[in-house]
Ligand binder design. Sequence first.
Ligand SMILES: NC(=O)c1ccc[n+]([C@@H]2O[C@H](COP(=O)([O-])OP(=O)(O)OC[C@H]3O[C@@H](n4cnc5c(N)ncnc54)[C@H](OP(=O)(O)O)[C@@H]3O)[C@@H](O)[C@H]2O)c1
Length: 267
Amino acid sequence: MRNVTVTDEIWTRLLDIGSRRRPMAPPDDAAMALYGPIASAAGSFVLAQVGQSLDGRIATPTGDARDISGPDGIAHLHRCRALVEAVVIGVETVRLDNPRLSVRAVAGPCPARVVIDCRADLSGEEGLFHDGGAPVIVIQSRDAPRQSCPGAEIIRLDCHENGIDPQDILDALAAHGLNRILVEGGARTIARFIDAGLVDHLHVAVAPLIIGSGPSGLSLPPIDRLTAAYRPQTDVYCLGSDILFDCRLKTAASNRQSQKVRVADHA
Ligand SMILES: NC(=O)c1ccc[n+]([C@@H]2O[C@H](COP(=O)([O-])OP(=O)(O)OC[C@H]3O[C@@H](n4cnc5c(N)ncnc54)[C@H](OP(=O)(O)O)[C@@H]3O)[C@@H](O)[C@H]2O)c1
């Protein structure tokens, strides 16, 4: 496990790499190894992040999720926001948490805010439409009723049996020049991107508290055997108050896919 220390000098370097999309020299320390791949990503890059308790919960059963991550976990999340071009969340997270999705714990730019609201359930009164923050994009189904979201851009996409295809969402955001994406939750939204094999890195930040009940951060379709589990190549970092698992998920997803194919051939 590597200790992450983000000095002002390193953070300035990372923001510079991110804003100019400059290629990065091989990382010389833990902070560059952790954040460099996000800052220097050319083309599409999807990071998913979960802040969870020791027992894998992201909220209490009543939806209280505010203080799960410790101060260094929060700073990490805000660094990730500052290095991407858009942060994506599901409609339930807007309804339950009323998040601002801004960068406050560190210096840096605020990404565009994207809400997946397939059925146009938002009323338009939610905080992010009125806080004067970064631009808001709402993704809706083409069939959804027209609902006013003050100041937001609405993108309407085809909705299939399993909802809106996450690849269609990425394509629509890329058409707006948004290629570095942070999928911040909740569990159902992250699951759809993982299931579609679109998440490059998954960050799981674990804070030392036990909630004991409540929703978990990841909820994927059930598997019968552990051989079908994702076993991503993972680097572990000590952030200070929280421990971070940085999982290279896309490689794990393609290995899992080829494993499935091999089993099918064998049978
Ligand atoms: N600790 C953390 O890191 C963290 C971060 C964010 C949120 N949270 C917590 O997570 C909880 C909310 O999570 P959640 O899983 O219930 O809700 P969510 O992911 O925020 O939103 C789920 C909703 O979005 C829809 N949706 C997402 N992707 C879609 C797609 N591709 N196409 C169509 N619809 C899509 C879902 O549709 P369906 O109904 O069809 O599935 C569902 O209605 C809250 O308690 C919040 O506090 C924790």
